[in-house]
Unconditional design. Structure first.
Length: 378
C-alpha cells in the first residue's frame, strides 16, 4: 500500500507547500520512502506536481523509487503508482523481446514503459490492483486510472483558485486532500451519512466530504491544463449471458493463477483467514503455491456466536499454514477504538476489525496480506 498525491495547477509556492502537506498526510501508507516532483510550467505558469509515499514490495532498491520518469522517444512521462501489477513479468518479457531495457526489476517501470508505448490502450493490458497518475509533459496532459474492480482508491477534487487558474487535486485518501489546505470551506456530505448508515460504508463516487469524488472502478480520465476532461470506462462487470461461459476446471485454473500472482513480492506475504469459504480457498491455494508454510491470521472474539476461530484453526491445520490467532476482547476494542478511528479515511462499520488484524500482521513483521475475498481476473 503506497500513497499518491498530486495537483494540476499553478507551479508556485502555495501549491508546492500544499502538495508537501498532502504527501506528508500519506506517510502511514508508505514508510519506506517519499518523493516530490514537478513539471515545467507552461507560459501561464500551469503544470503538474506529483507526490509519492512508498511501501517497498517489489524491487526494494532505489531504482523503484517514485515519482518515476521515462524518456522513451525523447518524450518525458512521469508516474506515481499505488498497487501491484500481477502480470508485469509477462509484460516485461514481451517488451524486452521487442528491444526494451529496464533499470528497475519492479512493476512500476514496466507499466510506465508500456504506457509510453501504448498510451491508454495499455491500461486494459494490466492485471492487478492499481491507482496511478501519469503526466505527459509533451501533451501537457494528466492521465488518472483505477483498476477494474476498484481495489485501490483514487480521490479527486476540482478546485479553481482565486486567480482563475483551473486546478485539480487528487490523492489516495480524502484526508490528504483536506491536508492540502486549499479547500476554503470543507463540509460533510449528507448523502454520505445516509449511505454509511444504510450500507455500512460510503458508496462511491461520493465521499464523506462534499466536492470530493472517487474515481470509478475501471475508469481512466484525462485532464488537460486547459481544463478539458475526457472520461472512459475501459472495463465493467460482465452481465449474465455476455460472452462464452466457462467450466469448473477453467474457473479453478483462473482462481489458482490469480492467487499465485497475488503472492509475487520481494517481502513475505500473509493471509487473512476468517474460516469462511472465500478466505479458506485463498489460504489453501496460497499454501499450495508455497514450499514453506504461509502465515495465516484470524481475529477471534469472546462472544462465541461471532467467533470463527475454531473453524479458522481447523482450516490452518488442514492446509499446514503457520497460524496466528488474535483475540479481540471488549477491553481491547475500547482501548483501540480511538487509534482505529484515526486510521480510517472513509468511515466504515468494519474498520475496527480491519485495523486490529492489520496491526497484528504488521507486528508479525509482514508488510502484505491477502484478504479473504476471491477476485478472479481474466
Amino acid at each position: 500500500m503506497c500513497g499518491i498525491a498530486g495537483i494540476l495547477g499553478r507551479i508556485d509556492g502555495r501549491n508546492r507547500a500544499a502538495l508537501q502537506r498532502m504527501t506528508d498526510a500519506l506517510a502511514h501508507r508508505g514508510p519506506d520512502g517519499a518523493g516530490i516532483w514537478e513539471s515545467s510550467p507552461d507560459p501561464d505558469g500551469v503544470g503538474c506536481l506529483l507526490g509519492h509515499r512508498r511501501l517497498s514490495i517489489i524491487d526494494l532498491s532505489s531504482a523503484g523509487d517514485q515519482p518515476m520518469t521515462d524518456g522513451t522517444g525523447g518524450h518525458n512521462r512521469t508516474i506515481v503508482f499505488n498497487g501491484e501489477i500481477y502480470n508485469f513479468k509477462d509484460l516485461r518479457r514481451d517488451l524486452e523481446q521487442a528491444g526494451e531495457t529496464f533499470e528497475s526489476t519492479g512493476d512500476t517501470a514496466v507499466m510506465l514503459r508500456l504506457l509510453a508505448l501504448r498510451a491508454t490502450d495499455a491500461v486494459g493490458m494490466l492485471r492487478g490492483m492499481f491507482a496511478f497518475a501519469l503526466w505527459d509533459d509533451c501533451a501537457r496532459r494528466l492521465l488518472l486510472a483505477r483498476d477494474p474492480l476498484g481495489i485501490k482508491p483514487l480521490y479527486l477534487c476540482h478546485n479553481p483558485d482565486r486567480h482563475g487558474a483551473w486546478s485539480l487535486m487528487f490523492s489516495s485518501e480524502v484526508r490528504s486532500i483536506l491536508a492540502a489546505g486549499l479547500l476554503e470551506h470543507p463540509r460533510l456530505d449528507g448523502r454520505a451519512v445516509r449511505s454509511l448508515l444504510w450500507n455500512g460504508f460510503v458508496v462511491g463516487p461520493g465521499t464523506a466530504v462534499a466536492g470530493v469524488e472517487l474515481l470509478d472502478a475501471g475508469e481512466w480520465r484525462t485532464i488537460e491544463t486547459s481544463g478539458t476532461v475526457r472520461r472512459t470506462t475501459y472495463w465493467s462487470i460482465p452481465r449474465p449471458g455476455d460472452g462464452p461461459s466457462i467450466g469448473e476446471a477453467e474457473l479453478r485454473q483462473i482462481v489458482e493463477d490469480s492467487v499465485a500472482r497475488h503472492l509475487i513480492a520481494d517481502v513475505p506475504v500473509g493471509i487473512f483467514l476468517s474460516g469462511g469459504i472465500d478466505s479458506s480457498a485463498v489460504a489453501a491455494l496460497a499454501q499450495r503455491a508455497h514450499s514453506t508454510p504461509v502465515h495465516t491470521f484470524t481475529l477471534g472474539f469472546d462472544e462465541q456466536e461471532f467467533n470463527e476461530g475454531d473453524i479458522a484453526r481447523a482450516v490452518a491445520g488442514a492446509i499446514g499454514s503457520e497460524h496466528h490467532e488474535i483475540r479481540l476482547t471488549e477491553a481491547d476494542f475500547t482501548s483501540a477504538l480511538e487509534t482505529a478511528v484515526e486510521t480510517l479515511d472513509q468511515p466504515t462499520f468494519d474498520g475496527l476489525n480491519s485495523y486490529c488484524i492489520s496491526k497484528a500482521v504488521r507486528d508479525a513483521g509482514l508488510k502484505v496480506a491477502l484478504v479473504g475475498t476471491v477476485h478472479a481476473q481474466g
